[in-house]
Design a protein around this ligand. Structure first.
Ligand SMILES: [Zn+2]
Length: 149
């Protein structure tokens, strides 16, 4: 199976429909489709996909990190540097969960992975991100705790 590059997927020829899709479609694929097909392993698999995406896109600084997250419309991040190995990212308007009703479970694993992948490129260290808050657990933003190691 061939591995495709970002430059290839960026080539879009849709003169009438353009390069945007309804968020509803993304969420059907992401929250319903992927979870149904991947089952219990969906969290880990989506995190790994996100990490790969974050690594491929890359970021060179915290400013660049923020810009990439906003440009891709993943959300609006607010970064809090706790110490040299710990970062908290609040994500407003999260692509996956913003507006979602309370379900008691968190599922923004791909976003968590993208955040970790981007930070790995910023800091040139390994990063592990864990989701701590979500619209689906009663907050009006998503929150990720990142460990650099
Ligand atoms: Zn979220």
């Amino acid at each position: 199976m061939r591995e495709y590059k970002i430059d290839e997927v960026k080539q879009i020829v849709r003169p009438e429909l353009g390069n945007q899709v309804p968020l509803e479609l993304f969420r059907i694929l992401r929250i319903i489709g992927m979870r149904e097909i991947l089952g219990e392993s969906s969290g880990a698999a989506l995190y790994m996909i996100g990490k790969k995406v974050g690594n491929m896109i890359g970021a060179v600084s915290l400013e660049d990190f923020k810009n990439k997250i906003v440009e891709l419309k993943i959300g609006i991040p607010e970064i809090e540097l706790i110490d040299e190995d710990h970062i908290v990212v609040k994500l407003y308007e999260c692509i996956t969960c913003a507006g979602f009703p309370y379900t008691g479970e968190m599922f923004c694993d791909m976003e968590s992975g993208i955040i970790a992948g981007l930070f790995e490129r910023v800091y040139k260290k390994k990063a592990k991100s864990t989701q701590k808050k979500s619209w689906s657990t009663g907050f009006n933003y998503c929150e990720f705790h990142v460990l650099l190691y």
